[in-house]
Design a protein around this ligand. Structure first.
Ligand code: SAH
Length: 482
């Protein structure tokens, strides 16, 4: 039996949810931070549980053939980039394999069948500098100097680093200006221990397609003394569009408070993905990797196979990113989303783009859709196929051409899958951020008469961990004629 402080050698053969290496000893998986697949390592056991354990990497005995030099000097201390020392091609191969294995093991799909309809994993040409948003905590180092950077993994200790290789180049200059402003005017960073001090975080967002920049200081107060001095410097930066404060006076780990006070410029920046423009305020949800988002949602649109005549439901629609992509090519799109603020953004984005054929509903997809379907039972189709009835439904709405889903990690509720199958769309496009729940849901839909036509894994988060998005096309199999 292994116990704490034991030393042993391990061959790393897999990866955990945070990108840590996993090797087996006596049949039990041991999690080792900073080890990657292919490494042979000397490990000291930190903690043993019944079915798994944690080890500390003491020495790399034989480096993995996929080890590469990290770009960032802080990668080991910072919690953000567990995979930076792993060759990017290998990262992609790992991610695609993970999806494939889940589809086989959980979804019950055959390996050769999957291979026949696979599109190669979509990675980034330049897998750095892709994040359009960063939230830098502000604090003091042990000598009392003001620092900003990133939290060390599993802690709130700040690793001073103004030049994250995943973020926009402009971040460093902005952070320099804010920190020197704070030093000059004696403005204190927030101290979590006793909730004193003012500046908690610096939020920076950039519209990659427009070059517009937003800086928002999260403060434990209602104003920023001498803010005009900071504004006068920040506003000279190329692309600067919005400078604001976010008020957060709570003793909480949640970064942003509810209120935003504009200091200079507009309260939002604008960005485009494909042909669609989006307005982004400090509190808006927006995908952090716009390049890969463009690909993922473009693929969803391609799989939807629209000609202009279709009626489409977009479930879990968020701020309507996919809905608006679809609306350009469909007759009508209905979006459903649980967060009211996201629906407000979706409507605003539709208006901004002059899109009038998208309609949005607030609620749980697994409630809105079944309730709608049951309420409109008995609606007859007229010559146009678009009868409105007292329940507000139409036959095309009950039997749409396409249903798109983009659920959170827990996947779709079975009640929703059941209704989707009853609605009998020709095609279902499933966008997933968790291939295990994707596989479970596809198994259900396969049982309900849908066939897997295509799939592709898309890497939205290079370097950071094993997360991977997948987009899948399913088609309805018509009952055979006898
Ligand atoms: N396609 C969206 C993002 C989808 S992320 C976009 O581009 O904006 C998943 C979304 O599902 C989130 O917006 C989340 O708020 C929403 N959600 C979570 N549970 C839900 C439920 N039960 N019903 C509807 N929406 C839900």
């Amino acid at each position: 039996m292994l116990k704490k402080d034991d030393r042993l050698t391990l061959s790393i053969s897999d990866m955990g949810v945070d990108g840590e290496g996993i090797g087996k000893a006596e049949g039990i998986p041991i999690f080792v931070k900073d080890a990657i697949i292919g490494d042979e390592v000397l490990v000291k056991i930190l903690k043993m549980k019944k079915n798994y354990g944690y080890g500390r990497l003491e020495e790399i005995l034989k480096p993995s053939p996929w080890r590469v030099e990290p770009r960032c000097a802080h990668y080991r201390r910072c919690g953000g980039c567990q995979l930076q020392v792993m060759d990017y091609k290998k990262q992609l191969e790992y991610k695609e394999n993970k999806v494939r294995n889940n589809l086989m093991r959980i979804g019950g799909f055959d390996g050769a069948d999957l291979e026949a309809v696979r599109e190669p994993v979509k990675g980034m040409e330049e897998p750095f500098g892709y994040r359009n948003k960063a939230q830098f905590p502000v604090g003091r180092d042990k000598d009392g100097r003001i620092v900003t950077g990133f939290y060390a993994s599993r802690s709130h200790r700040i690793i001073a680093n103004r030049r994250c290789v995943l973020g926009a180049e402009e971040n460093e200059r902005i952070l320099d200006l804010v920190i020197s402003f704070m030093e000059r005017y004696g403005i204190a960073p927030y101290n979590e221990a006793d909730q004193t001090g003012l500046v908690r975080h610096i939020l920076i967002r950039k519209g990659f397609s427009t070059g517009e920049l937003m800086v928002c200081l999260v403060v434990n107060g209602f104003r920023l003394p001498h803010s005009e001095a900071l504004v006068s410097e920040l506003c000279k930066l190329k692309g600067m569009t919005s400078i604001s404060l976010n008020i957060n006076r709570k003793n909480t780990n949640v970064i942003l408070g509810e209120k935003v006070v504009l200091l200079w410029g507009q309260p939002y920046i604008t960005d485009t993905i494909g042909e669609i423009r989006y307005r982004i305020s400090p509190l808006s949800f927006y995908q952090v990797n716009p390049v890969q988002t463009r690909h993922l949602y473009g693929k969803a649109l391609e799989y939807a196979g629209l000609s202009g005549q279709e009626t489409v439901w977009d479930l879990y629609c968020g701020i309507g990113t996919i809905s608006l992509f679809l609306a350009r090519k469909a007759r009508k799109v209905y979006g459903v989303e649980i967060v009211p603020a996201a629906i407000a953004d979706a409507k605003e984005n539709a208006r901004l783009n002059g899109i009038e054929n998208a309609e949005f509903f607030v609620g749980k997809a697994e409630e809105v859709l079944p309730e709608f379907y049951e309420r409109t039972a008995g609606v007859e189709e007229d010559r146009d196929g678009i009868v409105e009835n007292a329940g507000g439904g139409s036959d095309k709405m009950r039997h749409p051409d396409v249903i798109v889903v983009d659920p959170p990690r827990k996947g779709c509720d079975e009640r929703l899958l059941e209704t989707m199958a009853k609605m009998q769309p020709e095609r279902i496009v499933y966008v997933s951020c968790d291939s295990a729940t994707l596989a479970r849901d596809l198994k259900y839909l396969k049982g309900a008469g849908y066939e897997l036509m295509r799939w592709q894994a898309v890497d939205m988060f290079p370097m950071t961990g094993p997360h991977v998005e997948t987009v899948v096309l399913l088609s309805r199999v018509l009952p055979e004629c006898h």
